[in-house]
Design a protein around this ligand. Sequence first.
Ligand code: PNS
Length: 160
Amino acid sequence: MTRIAVYPGSFDPPTKGHEDLVRRSLALADQLIVAVAVNVGKQPLFSVEERLEMLRTAAGDDPRISFQRFDGLLAEFAKTVGATIIVRGLRAVSDFEYEFQMALMNRQLHPSLETVFLVPAVDLTYLSSSLVREVARFGGDVRPMVHPMVAAALAQRYRS
Ligand code: PNS
């Protein structure tokens, strides 16, 4: 049986923490779908297409990884693509409450879906997309935190 995992998120923009989790997820699943949420009630800096492109570039060429957008409920999307695992990253205790609630809600919606939490490499635990955006907005150097393509896109977005 092919194990399909979904790694969902806003990825606005993807960070090296996300890249790390994509790689780690492959230890759990035969196929990984990195799924960009279309409507999470946030005003994104990058369009879904831009985020998908960044994720594709950062992940490199691996036939086990695919990239999709999804609209609406994650549990429904997971069902549609035949996934049995949702991967989420846990960086700190502060992530836990929201993630725990979301995992239980997704189980309520789709009982055979398991949420698995992965911990990123310790030197990446401080990273979040929102902090990366803020650093870039004020002209800080984000190159240690994101793929070069993402750093270039951030520089361009905040220049214009
Ligand atoms: O990267 P983020 O912003 O933490 O990702 C959150 C995301 C997109 C995974 C979450 O908001 C989500 O699953 N949204 C889809 C709508 C949904 O299913 N909501 C109920 C979740 S319990």
